[in-house]
Design a binder for this molecule. Sequence first.
Ligand code: TMP
Length: 202
Amino acid sequence: MSKAKFITFEGVDGAGKSTHLAWFAEALRKRGKEVLVTREPGGTPLGECLRDILLNQPMHAETEALLMFAARFEHIEQVIKPALQRGTWVVSDRFSDASFAYQGGGRGMNVAKLEQLECWVHENFQPDLTLLFDLPIEVARQRLSRNITLDRFEKEKDSFFEKVRLAYLERRKKHPDRIMLIDASQTPDHVKVNLEKIVISI
Ligand code: TMP
């Protein structure tokens, strides 16, 4: 049996990644894999408390980054690594690339500081594969406008999301073997066809 993999889904708010993640996990299960679906910030009882704070309380960008990585430490140690060790695949809705995109790109935080946190929290531990759902910000915003309530991030301006998108694309340039770009402006059926090919190939 092949080794269990850690797969992350990334993209700006409104890219549709969460819907596709559910489908992707189900497709893996149909191929006989044990799959754990999780998310960041969150994934543990403490992580979910921190998520509530992060999505609702105003704070400095630095505090935001520290809390994201604190939640991540618990997530890795309590959930992700134990699952992989028992042969369960882990599919996470966001991981550290989101910190580089949102706190680094969106908030303009010093990338070297984020790299230090990354090194502290998960040196030598990275996703096996990251699917980056990319689309023009105006399309993502249109999709988001259907939501009744918006969190602290979703309420940000278009210019914030443009910076997040660019930072994600920079991250992909830096890690081309790990991060795969998915054109999220396509119809859900088209995206599914792409995901199906990925499920078959991994
Ligand atoms: P979600 O809406 O995809 O569940 O993610 C919640 C929000 O948290 C989303 O707007 C992106 C943001 N976020 C960060 O800013 N940094 C991070 O490291 C993570 C994991 C999420």
